[in-house]
Design a protein around this ligand. Structure first.
Ligand code: SF4
Length: 759
């Protein structure tokens, strides 16, 4: 599929000298993370040491991957940058827009029909600008990247928060917003705050029911959803070497759930096996030749506490399977304690659906282990008590597991195979239910379980676990069942226990596929026409945002003071809205509709102080009302605001609807960067208690912008309805380049200005 061997060889050829220069500059042995990052500096030369967690650094990633929901806006933006062709190898993957309803064949046909104009746009724009295009049904972006493009020691960005999945093959792979993808595709530097490095030492060896998924479920419990923020998690130790490359991918994938910038493993023979198994023996050989560059220096492994910012140790020999949830992926329950937790919290014990697969867990190893449990339902004569679905991560996996009879095994236990796509993982699930609001429980082998994510029902208690645990639970239909110790009753009244799952890392007959679903771009795309219908409700060419006026922002209105969790799903909900990802004005009608208004505890109901009669209305409508009167607005948020996905719509929509500043207790990294890219002010309370000073009728002045500078706090004056005022300090993390984005109105405005200057 056109992996670029020459590009990879060039990366390896330059690594030794750059790493040596970095070692000298830093003055100590290097972690793997540092080796890869220093080998990917924009401009190529290592001239200084960077301070972890402090320095902003320009990088030159090797490639870009985009999924169809985020690619629309990214490519609409790229078109505005005025470049003839992408500067680095890039791909588009059609995976997010396929709704799961009846099964793979039927659902894919419906998606092809309903999303035709979007797929045509993405195919044509890819063809024109030299981008590889993966058709609907080809698979989920991260699995396809792992199978085709990830390589040890490489660096990539992807417009999806689970891009870190490629860390399973030793790549620094980071989820970003579409605006970052535009930068890299346009040949510009990509900026990142040099991350801290968390070391996770894996000792021992797993056995029985424990799987790679349980490593990250346990780590999520230790670090919580914020614990990885600003850090790359580096796994090492003999335990790491015992995990399959795809198992490593699962662990890295879910690093997104602890807020980590990404996660990575050092190169080992398991990666070599996977590269050879996926027809990339040349890369395995090239990586093996520079293997000493693809691991931390020996001194780091000998004394890890001295070199990592934080060190965690996990003994795989004693690792229990975990079930995490509900509503957050860091509520980690060892299986031995889970049943008691279910009873104690009163979570619905009856399990309604088990869902396996997704980009997180649909490797050959995952499917064989789950199938070994499914097979026992058939051979032991067990009734299956919950619905069960299988989402293969790619056509390569699907074709191979079908050939090897594994899909038949799931079918025999009543399972439904869904399209090779995101489906229920991203709310694209026409779930069969008699009451879409009922309290109920489901369990998935996916990565994320925020409220409403899977089926839109706030009362669905979603838990995450390994595919084999999900399969066992689906058979039992009961969340208080412990597959390791409890018995089930067969159809003829016998008590039986599950045998431990058995799996194979790689297919004994090798992978196979008839049509992987790839379309190569035109060698010369100058004559290719990009298809965008002017009357489309789903695609709209962009107008540039206005530059900063050059003065402080006075008299802004409070739009919403969001309370508690406010993820990118709350800010820009997915599900049915995904279809408007390429149409900024239409998708803006979902802006912040999931956020809880701190003043009335309700979602999507905020006070409108300029409408007649002082009324309440939806957040987007109130924002439009203020905008129509030329009044800018402010959004106030709580801790870890914008956690979740990388979608830049969560920043573009407020920008489009007139929000000038988002002021919060703390930000999730990607969202904070996305706000900056769109020319917004993303600010934090210097004193978190000042959140409580914000009142419903406030108008707000943002002060200090004429001397906006790195490290200098800004101020806000709050004008309350009783005539009182408060003056508070606001911190920010803008560097000089990002301040220029703010002034230009957006990062893209700045790119275009530079492009026209150089033309
Ligand atoms: Fe798709 Fe879910 Fe993976 Fe995101 S996490 S890429 S929605 S399968």
């Amino acid at each position: 599929m056109a992996f670029d061997l020459e590009m990879i060889q060039a990366v390896y050829a330059g690594m030794g000298q750059r790493i040596e220069a970095a070692r000298t500059a830093v003055g100590r042995p290097l972690t793997l993370t540092e080796k890869i990052l220093y080998a990917h500096l924009y401009g190529g030369t290592v001239t200084q040491a960077f301070e972890r967690g402090v320095s902003y650094v320009d990088f030159a990633p090797d490639r870009v991957a985009m999924q169809d929901a985020t690619a629309q806006m990214a490519l609409l933006q790229f078109m505005q940058a005025g470049k003839p062709r992408v500067a680095v190898p890039s791909t588009v993957h059609c995976d997010h827009l396929i709704q799961a309803r009846d099964g793979a064949t039927e659902d894919l046909a419906v998606a092809n029909d309903e999303n035709r104009e979007v797929y045509d746009f993405l195919a044509s724009v890819s063809n024109k600008y030299g981008i590889g295009f993966w058709k609907p049904g080809a698979g989920i972006i991260h699995q396809v990247v792992l199978e085709n493009y990830a390589f040890p020691g490489g660096m990539m960005i992807g417009t999806d928060s689970h891009t870190p999945n490629a860390g399973g093959l030793g790549m620094i792979a980071i989820g970003v917003g579409g605006a970052d993808a535009v930068d890299v595709m346009a040949g510009m530097a990509w900026e990142l705050k040099f991350p801290k490095v968390i070391g996770v030492k894996l000792t021992g060896k797993m056995s029985g029911w424990a799987s790679a998924k349980d490593v990250i479920l346990k780590v999520a419990g230790i670090l919580t959803v914020k614990g990885g923020t600003g850090a790359i998690v580096e796994y090492f130790g003999e335990g790491a070497n015992s995990l399959s490359a795809t198992g490593k991918g699962t662990i890295c994938n879910m690093g997104a759930e602890i807020g980590a910038t990404t996660s990575v493993f050092s190169y080992d023979e398991k990666m070599g096996d996977y590269l050879r198994g996926t027809e990339r023996a040349e890369i395995a050989a090239a990586a093996a030749a520079v293997a000493h560059h693809l691991r931390a220096d020996d001194e780091v492994y000998a004394n890890p506490a001295a070199y990592y910012d934080q060190l965690i140790e996990i003994d795989l020999s004693t690792l229990e399977p975990y079930v995490n949830g509900p509503f957050t992926p860091d509520a980690a329950w060892p299986i031995s304690e889970f049943a008691a937790a279910v009873r104690e919290h009163g979570w619905p014990e009856k399990l309604e659906v088990g869902l396996i697969g997704s980009c997180t867990n649909s490797s050959y190893e995952d499917i064989t282990r789950a199938a070994s449990i499914a097979n026992q339902a058939v051979t032991k004569g067990l009734t299956v008590n919950a619905e069960f679905t299988v989402t293969p991560g790619s056509e390569l996996v699907r074709y191979t597991v079908e050939r090897d009879g594994l899909l038949d095994t799931f079918a025999q236990m009543g399972g439904v195979v869904l399209a090779n796509a995101c489906g229920p993982c991203i709310g694209q699930w026409a779930r069969h239910t008699d009451d879409p609001k009922r309290r109920n429980s489901i369990i998935t082998s996916f990565n994320r379980n925020f409220a409403k994510r899977n089926d839109g029902n706030p009362n669905t208690h979603a838990f995450v676990a390994s595919p084999e645990i999900v399969t066992a639970f689906a058979i039992a239909g009961d969340l208080t069942f412990n597959p390791l110790t409890d018995t089930l009753t067969t159809k003829d009244g016998q008590q039986v226990r599950f045998d431990e799952p058995q799996g194979l890392e790689m297919p004994p007959q090798g992978f196979a596929v008839e049509d992987a679903g790839y379309q190569a771009p035109a060698a010369d795309g100058t004559g290719v026409q990009v298809l965008v219908d002017e009357t489309s409700e789903r695609l709209e060419l962009l107008d540039p945002f206005k530059p900063w006026e050059g003065v402080d922002l006075m008299g802004l209105r409070l739009l919403i003071k969001a309370q508690g969790k406010c993820t990118t799903d709350h800010i820009s909900m997915a599900g049915p809205w995904l279809k408007y990802r390429g149409h900024l004005d239409n998708i803006s009608n979902n802006m912040l509709i999931g956020a809880t208004n701190a003043f009335n505890g309700e979602a999507n109901n905020v006070r409108d102080f300029v409408a007649q009669g002082d009324t309440y209305n939806t957040v987007p409508q109130v924002a439009r009302n203020y905008k129509s009167m030329g009044i800018g607005t402010v959004v106030i948020g709580d801790e870890n605001y914008g956690e979740g996905s990388s979608r830049e719509h969560a920043a573009m929509e407020p920008r489009h609807l007139g929000v000038r500043a988002v002021i919060v207790k703390s930000f999730a990294r990607i969202h904070e960067t996305n706000l900056k890219k769109q020319g917004m002010l993303g600010l934090t309370f210097a004193n978190k208690a000042d959140y409580d000073l914000i009142e419903e009728g406030d108008t707000i002045d943002i002060l200090g912008l004429t001397s906006f500078a790195p490290g200098q706090p800004l101020q806000a004056r709050l004008h309350h309805t009783d005539g009182d005022t408060d003056l508070i300090y606001l911190n920010h993390t803008y560097n000089q380049g990002q301040i220029e984005w703010f002034k230009a109105g957006s990062a893209l405005n700045l790119i275009r200005l530079k492009e026209s200057d150089s033309a």
